[in-house]
Ligand binder design. Sequence first.
Ligand code: WTA
Length: 650
Amino acid sequence: MSQTAKTYPPSAEMAASAHVDAAKYDAMYAASIADPDAFWKEQGARVDWMTPFTQVKDVDYTLGSVKINWYADGTLNASANCIDRHLEKRGDQTAIIFEPDNPEEDAQHITYKELHAKTCKMANILKDLGVTRGDRVVIYLPMIPEAAYAMLACARIGAIHSIVFAGFSPDALAARVNGSEAKVVITADHAPRGGRSTPLKTNADQALLHCDDSVKCLVVKRTGGQTTWVDGRDFDYNALVEGASADCAPEAMGAEDPLFILYTSGSTGQPKGVVHTTGGYMVYASMTHEITFDYKDGDVFWCTADVGWVTGHSYIVYGPLANGATTIMFEGVPTFPDASRFWQVCEKHKVNQFYTAPTAIRALMGKGDDFVKKADLSSLRVLGTVGEPINPEAWNWYNDVVGGGRCPIVDTWWQTETGGHLMTPLPGAHAMKPGSAMKPFFGIQPVVLEPTSAEQLEGNPVEGVLCIADSWPGQMRTIWGDHERFEKTYFSDYPGYYFTGDGCKRDEDGDYWITGRVDDVINVSGHRMGTAEVESALVAHAKVAEAAVVGYPHEIKGQGIYCYVTLMGGEEPTDELRLELRNWVRTEIGPIASPDLIQWAPGLPKTRSGKIMRRILRKIAENDHSTLGDTSTLADPSVVDDLIENRMNR
Ligand code: WTA
């Protein structure tokens, strides 16, 4: 990514009105590093505690004894922090605006009082289904208000939710229900999206065939469409909610009690159950939401993510609601009914902060400016991006056409593992550079290491792997059921640091630029995908002998999925088979894992010890085969010529 010389300092008005200006950032950042305990003790007061904490940070990154604790002796309830504490002052204020897929359908405005009643009812229904403190509940819902009620209801009774994105397949759902040993799956009949409908309940039915018979299924009516029903296992939310009590006292949870598990792709075939706990996560989600977006009382905040991803957890539900905001839940997609949808929703609900992914910006940029210009976007104050590096062209379009040159763009770099933003420019403090995540958030100590020697690279400019030297309250605590894997994944390659899996540059001015993953994870439309997961789906097909999957540059998606497939002896490499394999991966994992390109590979480049040389496969997929590097260590160098000759990406 090119580093443009042009910078975009905050306007005088923004610098003067924002929570944090340049001087305050410097002072607060210095304080957060000099005395983390004092800094985070003060920030701990952002949430309401049932039992005040006396301890702040208790962290050890030593391999073999990694532990991360924040505010460990305090107790609190996340749902009470998102709802109850606002009732007195803003009970009649809208907490959630639900904007349905179909623009003809009315939006719903749910007040904090209504949110309280709905959450309590859902909590009581879950209790009646036998869910108690510490139990796991899988949520497999469209972007409807019931998804927020379900999350907050779990939090209220101390159950741990694990949301599975509604675009995942029955197999992926079953793996997550089994992995977390969930007692209940909450789903809906159908999920409308982009004018089409996904039969969620049918997917859940298929998944539940592979789960324990005791798992119950709570079904929300979204469309009223046909579903099958298993008596004794399936429960009708809409019927039960009628008789459910609107009172449910929030449980006092330990700060380190898990709030949720969220499965995410890693560099091996098995997704990891990332565990976030209650106290530190809430403090961090609330603080980053307020400071990064310069959120102020009365603002309407819109994050376009799905609650199936961490962005939806922290910046649709927990962060905004902890701050008493009005948050939008949008069920649809950016291009339905046409490419003006986002901007019409901004106009309709007078959105102040708008937060989306570069892939959406690129897709909309391609449709032309008219779709944006016909909407009144004067309410917008801050724009944000997340999920992948943003290219300067998309940044400039977002800035000029959407923001009218008035709105700072916060390019927020973070991960499922980090709970909230770790690096971002702040609207009133930093002179933004298109494509740069700029500066660490308070308490975050990024270090750039030389990849092989693990030596810390001092001075500027430098480039290497990105690690974080110390903990922050929103950090993940473990991998569900596998603390050893947690330690190995994040703390073993670069001892003493949290390893992010990303590469980065620090430029002459000390600003950070994320260069992308350095492991076998690719970023497709802002979604993390483990290449190993796609490979194991491919080799599970009877006609496939071997497969290797890499990313390649894709104009809209950022990265596309490029598969090299070796067929079983005697199988014909046809276009029909390509289609069959594509559909196979969609059914095994979900549409987000759809291969973009499949190349038939008579052989894969391997070292003499049998290890696939992915570096070479990546170069070929990037159509950059002039610099393949040393291929002399390959068992059979001639396979490379065949792969170059027949490459799909020309
Ligand atoms: C990438 C999403 C560049 C990065 C919140 C990270 C980014 C992975 C940015 C995490 C950004 C996220 N600039 N790259 N602003 N934000 N990434 O877990 O590679 O779905 O490691 O969390 O996305 O993806 P995840």
